[in-house]
Design a protein around this ligand. Sequence first.
Ligand SMILES: [Zn+2]
Length: 445
Amino acid sequence: MQAGLFATLGMMVAAIVPGFSQSTASVRAHEPRQSLALALPPLTLARLKGETGDSWQLVRVNRGQTLGSVFKDMDIPSSTMRQILEQPGAKEALMRMKPGTELGFDMPVNGALRTFRYDKDDSHRIELSLTGDKITQKVIARPTETRTVVLSGKVGKSLFRSARKVGLTAANINTLTDDIFKYDIDFNEDVGSDDRFSVVVEQTWREGELLSTGPILAATFTSEGKLHTGFRFDRGGKPEYFTGDGRPLKKSFIRMPIAYARLTSGFGSRRHPVLGNIRMHKGVDYAAGTGTPIMAAGDARVQFIGWKGGYGRAVILDHGRGYTTLYGHMSNFSKVKPGQRIAQGTVIGYVGSSGLATGPHLHYEFRVNGVHRNPLSVTMPPPEPLSGMALAQFRSQTSVALARIRQVENVIYADAGPAPAPAPAQQATPSIKQVAKKVAKSRRA
Ligand SMILES: [Zn+2]
């Protein structure tokens, strides 16, 4: 019973943690939450009576709907629409509307469109007033506020459900399981209901409404008392996730460049299935259906794409530091081009049986300085850790984030014992009372 109670309490807490992010937030007092009507509401009383009062109609754009079809549904002449589109910025905003976009029409009874309104972006609403042939444009600022928060919860029955409940997006959860902790935690086997996670994210709010949640900036996962950490950091303009001491969480190479395949032939000498003679098998074979995507085993430059004798359609990737990989017997290539730089996991082609192959499979070779090595047993090179200026910058960011997570966890899970000690923080840690105040404040906000 006790455990159940803690779980419930733990899942509902989010705390504001100012200071981690450099982004400036424009703060404004919250106005009451606005409720907006969906799709085409029935005629308002004012309209029925022929009055000029409240005659706004709000329309939410459906999937596949265009501005033209919305205007047609509203019985507004296409000449008016063209006139609107001529306004500065209107085309850019209105020609690529996402489903759910809201448009406002102020249409008095027996009258033409009087005012049209749309949201240019999260913080700007545009109102176009039509008088005769003239349109006047008014920009209404709707300030947004960015908050850096710690979202924390226990795994409970389902990590996905618990994480959604505390406010993580589906994309956040994918990052957590597939990018940050994929190599250290087996989410199918190792995770228990008492395990807990905490992430630092930026949320964008407007008028008391959560608009969006950014990518995970920092994350911890505590499994059986063991603390795992991951931090987002831009290296060379590319975001990556690192351990607390600045080592990339991503491995240099994935073991299998293909998902859900069966190893059918290992590395070493064997009788060749097509030629019939004994010869060295310089790679490994994975049986998979024709068309199964093949992924780049590591970040690379594309060295070769084309037909290569018995390999059939083949791709060779150069991973730098003397490492190359080869993928053979493809049925088709993806859109990658020779010389192109690609990231680990990029689809380079599809399984087939081109060249000397008895059936559809991937032939995969791993070479170190030109020498064939067994990809299943070769010691993969460790990815390059952060160093110098980047490491210093990384450390100053992560120590703050980790301290915040620790504060929040100490409050939420006080009964479950203190959180495992993270790396030494450079900031003075406020008392639990101070943090509790902050948590309470964020709940009121
Ligand atoms: Zn082979």
